[in-house]
Design a protein. Sequence first.
Length: 168
Amino acid sequence: MLSDQFTQLFREEHRKIRDTLLDLIQAFKEKDRARIENLLNQAAVLTGPHFRYEEEALYPALTEIFGEEYIEKLLGDHDQAIGIAKRLVELARKEHLTEEDVAEAVSLIRKVLPHVSDCDGLSIMTEKLSEDKIKSILDTRESSLKAGLDLIKWAENIRNRPSRLPQL
């Protein structure tokens, strides 16, 4: 079944994103600038195509199940995650990371983590979608991966929503 294939791919993507974010917390705590830069790049490469196919195919397909309000919440989570990613890049570019910078980075990353686990749960709802819709989602996923835009490039050049930072 296509829904099983989707669930497996979706879960693996979320695991990679989760692990990257948790590693990023540790890298900031250790003030390991090379590792921070590497992990920020890794996170951007993972989340760019992922967010793109969620917004272009998955979320619209799930609107009939969840309604517009919840889908808007998911999009808002992405707005915030993109804003957080931009801020983390700013922090990583500082010549010296202070303890306040580290605390801010850790707090920001922790604000993204619940979306990773909440979003992973959406896969159970895809079981209720038609095979055609699931195929369309998988096709959009493939196109997003082939386009290869990282999170910031996609957000600034393709996506039509503003990013934002959460209240700390």
